[in-house]
Write a protein that binds this ligand. Structure first.
Ligand code: T1G
Length: 708
């Protein structure tokens, strides 16, 4: 087979079974040239002498879907080239001889749609099958909304599409999506050929024509009601989930062929809409963020990384320990004494039990994970650890003392990590013999759930240490963003203006509850005041002081949070903050007005000003964008898109808006500068003064995401 980087479809024969191998490294994405090659091979294939056809992916995976780069081009208006995937799949399904898909690892999106146009599916035990298109702001566009319900029923099919969650081969087999599961991947092709020759029923059965799995009457009504309520529960402000349901329903009501036409039109509608561009941007931005020049493009000696130490078993420490245990790592957690060790173990056990209660893992899996946790009140227990993560109280002296002790206990190759969220890493490592080993891994609470980890490096941090931290993030299936050492690192710094400007707007007349509503309607998971209550107003005031002093020239601090904290209203944990709390539910409190009026009086603005809702969104987010331009200019991130990745993963910024910089670029960099200048002139706030960097980017007509 000639070595080439162009996608190919190889054809081989084993007696009367033809094998088509789709070859487009690294994941056999259905690029245009692969579709052309497949089209050609299907035309050339003479099936008269064949018992069956097997389709397999080159390398160790089937097909990870349509080529998302091609989709990105189509979404921005480029004309499609090459054959239509849907047409190709219809031809495969129309084959007079059985076609068997041989699936290893990934059959996702168009890859699963290809497999479902085949008449039968053989999969390895480790294979995962799914339709994750809604995770890209799209819907299945090559028959998935039609064939999957006909293979496994409406409810399971709709859930797979609406959650974007793949299923493993065993589940797929139980549901009727896979006909045979192969234990050892090296036997896949031979077993698929044997299945095709000896088992595949003739004539082949087309999924599109099946009715046996489609419910009718009340059962169908219930299934569609459940589907619609799942869509409404998981999504808001976006059309693509509804488009997906419309395609499913059309096929059930009008038949598969008509359903394909409806799916096609709904897919093209989703592709042209903004969420697709935003979420495809994040797909590639997340993969780009894993690449750190001078680190991930170099080879380093292999480091052991199975044994992890965690110092501190509070909320963060026990969350980090849980994340490590969930990744099947061996964890030794050190606390100050036996009682604290027991309390930490109970916290970890509680986190793991919650995963059992939610049906995510079995009790057996939970017990196995917990068995990998040991605790000790003695730092000497860390001597065999490959990585030591410090998650102790935010106290500089304590952390410095801990690292000095650990440096003498752990092996020289052990990675030393701090989870600090506010302390200068260089200062923490200042008393170490080899500070180059120390770096930050800033997890976001709850650490076993939130995807983001900021990997913080100082100018002295050794690249091998950063590489080891990024490897650990991959083991934890976390979203890493590598960040320079500065107060607030990335997310807390870039979102600092968001909280400050929320306070400013309230001081100038906006009611906290209205502001929360406006930002919630924009797509934030909750408004700034509700977030402040959740994190703890006292915590916010303390962190705010650190950031305000670090960036004093542009700090704005409303007195409201201090007034609330002084009155003991420190947030949800105290039952009262901006809101009152009953059974975890936030309730409006008329008493808040007195605190707001006191804050306004202190700031010298007793009379309320009027703000249009869209001004509030622009005010808070443009403050973030302005700070982002400072962060890029300071070289804190490797690339601007890292900021979108971090803010979406760390602050719940709506993915269908792509992150603050993608949102800003939708308006244009000149609009950003003009709006900032408008607000800066109106409110005389330094933090709203557009930066010189931003003005230069705007005058060059460059998108913010392209401005290095
Ligand atoms: N298209 C183009 N490139 C892709 C790709 C794809 N579908 N999937 C992965 N890549 C690239 C990725 O950018 C990276 O490139 C490299 O492959 C390794 O990926 C018609 C419309 C399969 C689970 O959503 O979920 O089909 O950074 O780092 O961690 O209805 O890739 O090395 O240059 O992620 O082992 C639906 C997307 C598309 C699956 C493997 N399919 N991919 O994870 O590797 S829409 C998806 C993934 C569609 C149809 C619709 C993951 C993975 P680079 P990676 P990984």
């Amino acid at each position: 087979m000639p070595a080439t980087d162009s996608p190919q479809v190889h054809v081989s024969r084993t007696e009367d079974v033809a094998v088509l191998t789709l070859d487009n490294p690294p994941v056999n994405a259905l690029a245009e040239r692969l579709l052309v090659a497949l089209d050609q091979r299907l035309r050339e294939l003479d099936t008269s002498s064949l018992r069956a056809i097997v389709i397999v992916g080159a390398g160790d995976t089937f097909v990870a879907g349509a080529d998302i780069e091609r989709l990105q081009r189509l979404a921005s208006g480029h004309a499609p080239g090459g054959p239509s995937l849907g047409d190709l799949l219809n031809r495969i399904e129309g084959s007079t001889v059985p076609v068997v898909a041989a699936i290893d690892r990934h059959a996702l999106g168009g890859g699963l749609e290809l497999a479902m146009s085949c008449h039968y599916r053989v999969a390895t035990q480790r294979a995962r099958l799914g339709l994750p298109e809604l995770g890209l702001g799209l819907i299945p566009g090559a028959g998935g909304t039609q064939r999957l319900p006909r293979l496994i029923g409406v409810t399971d099919a709709a859930e797979m599409m609406l959650t974007s969650k793949p299923v493993d081969a065993a589940t797929a087999h139980d549901r009727g999506l896979v006909d045979l599961v192969v234990e050892d991947a090296k036997d896949l092709q031979s077993q698929a050929i044997a299945f095709a020759r000896d088992v595949a029923p003739e004539p082949p059965v087309a999924a599109l024509l099946r009715q046996d799995r489609l419910p009718a009457g009340a059962e169908l009504t219930n299934a569609l009601d459940a589907t619609r309520s799942l869509a409404a529960k998981r999504f808001r402000n976006v059309a693509f989930p509804t488009l997906c349901v419309e395609a499913i329903v059309a096929g059930i009501e009008q038949g598969g062929a008509a359903g394909l036409a409806v799916e096609r039109s709904r897919f093209e509608q989703a592709l042209r809409d903004e969420p697709a561009q935003a979420m495809i941007h994040l797909f590639f931005a997340e993969r780009a963020a894993r690449k750190v020049p001078g680190v991930t493009d170099r080879e380093f000696p292999e480091r052991p990384r199975g044994k992890i130490g965690v110092i501190g078993g509070g909320t963060m420490g026990s969350g980090i320990a849980t994340a490590l245990l969930n990744a099947s790592l061996d964890v030794c957690l050190v606390e100050v004494d036996a009682d604290a060790c027991d309390a930490a173990r109970n916290r970890v056990a509680g986190f793991i039990q919650r995963a059992v209660d939610k049906g995510r893992i079995s009790a057996t899996q939970a017990a196995k994970r917990l068995a990998a946790l040991s605790t000790s009140a003695d730092l000497q227990a860390l001597r065999d650890r490959d990585v030591v993560i410090e998650a102790a109280t935010e106290d500089v002296a304590l952390k410095q003392a801990l690292f000095q002790q650990v440096e003498g206990i752990a092996s020289r190759s052990a990675l030393l990590v701090t989870n600090t969220s506010t302390i200068d890493i260089a200062h923490l490592g200042g008393k170490l013999e080899s500070p180059a080993r120390l770096l930050g891994m800033h997890f976001f609470s709850p650490a076993h759930i939130m995807p983001l980890v900021e990997v913080i490096r100082t100018k002295d941090t050794e690249p091998a240490a950063v590489a080891a931290a990024l490897d650990l993030c991959k083991q934890l299936r976390k979203t890493p963003v590598t960040v320079g050492n500065c107060p607030g690192f990335l997310v807390n710094r870039v979102f600092m203006p968001y909280g400050q400007l929320a306070g400013f707007a309230i001081d100038r007349g906006v009611h906290p509850y209205h502001l929360d509503r406006v930002m919630y309607d924009f797509g934030m998971p909750m408004g700034p005041c509700r977030v402040s209550d959740l994190a703890g107003i006292d915590v916010g005031v303390a962190a705010g002081q650190i950031l305000d002093s670090a960036y004093a020239k542009r700090a704005y601090r409303s007195p409201l949070r201090r007034l609330l904290a002084d009155a003991g209203r420190i947030g949800q944990k105290a039952g009262a903050g901006h809101y009152l709390y009953e059974n975890g539910k936030a309730i409006h409190d008329a008493d808040l007005d007195a605190y707001v009026e006191a804050a306004r009086a202190q700031q010298g603005h007793p009379s309320a000003e009027k703000f249009a809702d869209e001004d509030l969104v622009d005010l808070l987010l443009l403050g973030v964008v302005n700070e982002a331009s400072r962060i890029v200019e300071d070289g804190i991130v490797v690339r601007p898109s890292d900021i979108d990745v971090a803010v979406c993963a760390g602050m719940g910024f709506p993915r269908y808006r792509g992150g603050p910089l993608h949102w800003a670029d939708r308006h244009g960099s000149q609009w950003v500068v003009d709006r900032l200048q408008h607000f800066a002139d109106r409110f005389e706030l330094p933090l709203l003064q557009p930066t010189e960097h931003l003005k230069a980017v705007a005058s060059a007509g460059t998108p913010l995401l392209a401005a290095g």
